[in-house]
Ligand binder design. Structure first.
Ligand SMILES: O=C(O)C1=C[C@@H](OP(=O)(O)O)[C@@H](O)[C@H](O)C1
Ligand SMILES: C=C(OP(=O)(O)O)C(=O)O
Length: 463
């Protein structure tokens, strides 16, 4: 069995764009498995790198974003190795950590590629270590706001240089010992919450994050699994019930064996494709259904989608099921903005589903979509309008007047602008499957950031 440092990553965003035309297929049938959850994969490498001893991870997402996290943890002293498993397509990853407080000064800039999660969570880790690190990224990441993490981490004592307008490149000087804080999240963001929680690990005393709106809780679950002292309390706050998350610092993390469940954000593309393409009856195995992530499936059911949960069980401390999805006639609804954090990455593909529903779908409270890999409200409004859908763009959401099941016209003459955004590329691929003339996506390379085998899996599911 060979040990290698890096997974084979295909389609790296280095060469020329790779356009692709997605056209109406036969029904999607059979059984598929999507790759491991991106959020859980990042965290398993980071926490493994902070535990002393060997953490073993199966089901890790071998996408470019997670590989950026792995490279950064290696640059700060951890060993992160991929081990092929005899007779199995998937690998086991082995992480030998340096211990909380043991991160080393990286010799070169940490290249975060396209990944906001890597950048913001790793800034949290560096903040409470006495090291200096420079964070760089691609054109998309270099336009995204970082002041949301530099602000609380600055209060803990970290210093930042070159943060012109709060964007990358940023050089950060951590402080050890850092100062524990109580921080109320001004924006519903699991990345900001996690950055402060990770900084807290090497900070004396108790650091508290107050979360007015619940966001994905993988950091809380996994930190507890690694033996950190994390307490969560429901408290009365200014806007109703809030969560206070308290992390005791100078933690001692114990290495773990982790099985990463399938990513609901990746399953989302196949769920919507199967709902839209006539005759489809598809099972997607091993999908993570953590309630802080499963909002899309709830909304699609409210729209009339047949999505059945089978074989519900727990994998790696997370609820999981196989999803059976059948072609369904969808009806437009008003989407409750309170559900947004539990499906924040799934709105682009929900907009595609809504474009083929009967009647109008209204979404609101989605300002955060404007600061993802692209401005996802503007990008999807432009892409879907180009494919023949009827869309109104508002400041905080889209209003979509659906076709009532008739295929979209498609975009015969103009290619969809992907804008270095994997979710725009995959959402418009799904739109192409539900179109008359097909949809041309200008660049499929960004898909490799979160779903390297998307094209192969799509080819295999279509009859
Ligand atoms: O914590 C995480 O793993 C993530 C949090 C979300 O970002 P925000 O915290 O910015 O909403 C999400 O969009 C991203 O894909 C992954
Ligand atoms: C927003 C996303 O990721 P990140 O913030 O890690 O770049 C995403 O995967 O949709």
């Amino acid at each position: 069995m060979a040990l290698s440092k890096a997974a084979p990553v295909t389609n790296a965003v280095t060469d020329a764009p790779i356009p692709h035309r997605f056209t109406a297929p036969g029904p999607l049938t059979g059984r598929i498995r999507v790759p491991g959850d991106k959020s859980i994969s990042h965290r398993s490498i980071m926490l493994g790198a902070l535990a002393i001893g060997e953490t073993r991870v199966t089901g890790l997402l071998e996408g470019e974003d997670v590989m950026a996290t792995a490279a950064a943890m290696r640059a700060m002293g951890a060993q992160v190795l991929r081990q092929a498993q005899d007779g199995r397509a998937d690998a086991e990853w082995r992480v030998h950590g340096v211990g909380v407080g043991g991160l080393l000064q990286p010799r070169t800039a940490l290249d975060m590629g396209n990944s906001g999660t890597s950048t913001r969570l790793l800034m949290g880790l560096v903040a409470s270590h006495g090291i200096t690190a420079t964070f760089i990224g691609d054109a998309s990441l270099s336009g995204r706001p970082m002041s949301r993490v530099t602000e609380p981490l600055g209060r803990m004592g970290a210093q930042f240089h070159g943060a012109s307008g709060g964007t990358l490149p940023i050089t950060m000087e951590g402080l050890c010992p850092a100062v524990p804080i109580e921080y109320r999240l001004p924006v519903a963001s699991a990345q900001v919450k996690s950055a402060v929680m990770l900084a807290a690990l090497n900070t004396p005393g108790i650091t508290t994050v107050i979360e007015p709106v619940p966001t994905r809780d993988h950091s809380e679950r996994m930190l507890k699994g690694f033996g950190a002292d994390v307490e969560i309390e429901e408290v009365d706050g200014a806007t109703g019930r809030e969560r206070a998350i308290r992390v005791r610092g100078e933690a001692d993390l114990q290495p773990q064996i982790i099985e990463v469940p399938g990513d609901p954000s990746s399953a989302a593309f196949f769920v919507v494709a199967a709902l839209l393409v006539e005759g489809s009856d598809l099972v997607i195995e091993n999908v993570g259904l953590n309630p802080t992530r499963a909002g899309l499936f709830e909304v699609l059911r409210q729209m009339g989608g047949h999505i059945e949960e089978m074989n519900t069980r727990e994998v790696g401390g997370e609820p999981v099921a196989d999803l059976r999805v059948r072609h369904s006639a969808l009806t437009g609804i008003e989407v409750d903005p309170a559900i947004a954090p539990s499906m924040i990455d799934e709105f682009p593909v929900l907009f595609v589903a809504a474009s083929l529903a009967e009647g109008t779908t209204t979404t609101s409270g989605l300002e955060e979509l404007r600061v993802k890999e692209s401005d996802r409200l503007a990008a999807m409004a432009a892409a879907l309008t180009g494919a023949g859908a009827t869309i109104e763009e508002r400041e905080d959401g889209l209003v979509i007047h659906g076709t009532g099941g008739a295929p979209l016209r498609g975009s015969a003459n103009s290619a969809t602008q992907t804008l270095l955004d994997h979710r725009i590329a995959m959402s418009m691929a799904v739109a192409g499957l539900a179109s008359r003339d097909g949809v041309e996506v200008d660049d499929t390379r960004p898909i490799a950031t979160s779903f390297p085998n998307f094209m192969a899996l799509l080819g295999g599911a279509v009859r």
